[in-house]
Design a protein around this ligand. Structure first.
Ligand code: PAZ
Length: 316
């Protein structure tokens, strides 16, 4: 029997990025989740969400981070579930989370009232937490039906190893798996072998950093780890004039199914879904914004239709 192909990225991952101790356990959980839902006729989407933390010291005091709040990933998870998908939510610890995201900026104690009495009853002020009853009901249904599997990462290393494990875990359900890679992942890192152990000392003068390029994990994901899956990457730029070119180049390089292209400042109201054959602009109107429509509902609708076609083409 042919040996499985070991890409150079696999080697680099093992050598330069610390392997989280729970990765095998998480992989088994994800595989069981995917198989259970696929057997029940559901599709499974792996959503990545939030930014990665890149340590500068191995006993980390300082690290490099980025702007991502996790809102795109968290809201998309809710819309995928409404469309009938089961969701593996690979997210940055403490970034926005499905359902609770709506209340995350509030001071919880301001929304509660102590009624006192023997039972110490506490009631919720529904004016401070609008929609709490509806959201709580839906959250509990999703939990009971085990439609959402949350997995957390903090560092870039954890993200890379957990994404690889997810891709391998989902490979068993073929084209029923979708990868929705919305996390903002660092392009730069300091290899474990070059990282100082202790806190960098300011008494040594100004800090000059030299960082390596993070391996492009999309390549083995598409080619080796989950070759039958429907894969969507995200591309963020601050200069709108280079965005679509870069999205198209990514499709040519990695040969996956779609890129969702967005610009930092307009990302809540405008994105372009680019595929090898098409380009769809998704825009929120003023009316949509008044009605609190979120752009993610349009992104998810566009991509789930494309996933349907993809499955039909694959004969699945
Ligand atoms: O997490 P968020 O809602 O604040 O932002 C979403 C986003 C801009 C991180 C996402 O849409 C995205 O583009 N992710 C990929 C970023 C990149 O080019 O690496």
């Amino acid at each position: 029997m042919a040996e499985p192909r070991i890409s150079s990225i696999d080697g680099k991952l093992a050598e330069e990025f610390a392997v989280p101790s729970h990765v095998e356990e998480v992989k088994e959980k994800m595989a069981a989740f995917a198989e259970h839902h696929a057997a029940a006729g559901r599709r499974v989407v792996l959503i990545t969400s939030g930014g990665t933390k890149v340590p500068l010291e191995s006993r980390t005091v300082r690290f490099l981070d980025n702007f991502s709040s996790g809102r795109r990933g968290a809201s998309s998870a809710e819309y995928f579930i409404e469309t009938g998908y089961a969701v593996i939510f690979l997210h940055r610890h403490r970034s926005l989370y499905p359902y609770t995201r709506m209340f995350s900026t509030m001071n919880m104690l301001d929304a509660l009232k102590f009624r006192g009495g023997d039972t110490g009853e506490v009631v919720v002020n529904q004016q401070v937490l609008p929609n709490i009853a509806k959201v709580l009901k839906r959250y509990q249904e999703v939990k009971e039906n085990r439609l959402l599997l949350p997995i957390e990462f903090n560092t870039l290393s954890e993200y890379l190893h957990l994404l690889k494990a997810a891709a391998q875990a989902l490979s068993t359900i073929g084209s029923k798996a979708m990868f929705y890679l919305a996390a903002a992942v660092s392009d730069f890192y300091i290899p474990a072998s070059e990282m100082p152990e202790h806190k960098i000392q300011s008494s040594n003068g100004p800090l000059q950093l030299s960082m390596n390029m993070v391996p492009k994990i999309l390549s083995p994901l598409v080619k080796d780890w989950a070759p039958q899956a429907f894969v969507i990457s995200f591309k963020l730029e601050t200069d709108a004039s280079i965005l679509l070119d870069k999205a198209r180049r990514a499709l040519e390089t990695y040969r996956h199914q779609a890129v969702v292209a967005n610009v930092l400042d307009s990302r809540r109201g405008y994105v372009v879904v680019v595929t090898p054959e098409t380009q769809a602009e998704l825009i929120l109107t003023e009316e949509d914004e008044k009605n609190e429509v979120e752009i993610e509902v349009r992104i998810v609708s566009n991509l789930t239709s494309a996933h349907n076609k993809f499955i039909t083409q694959q004969g699945g």
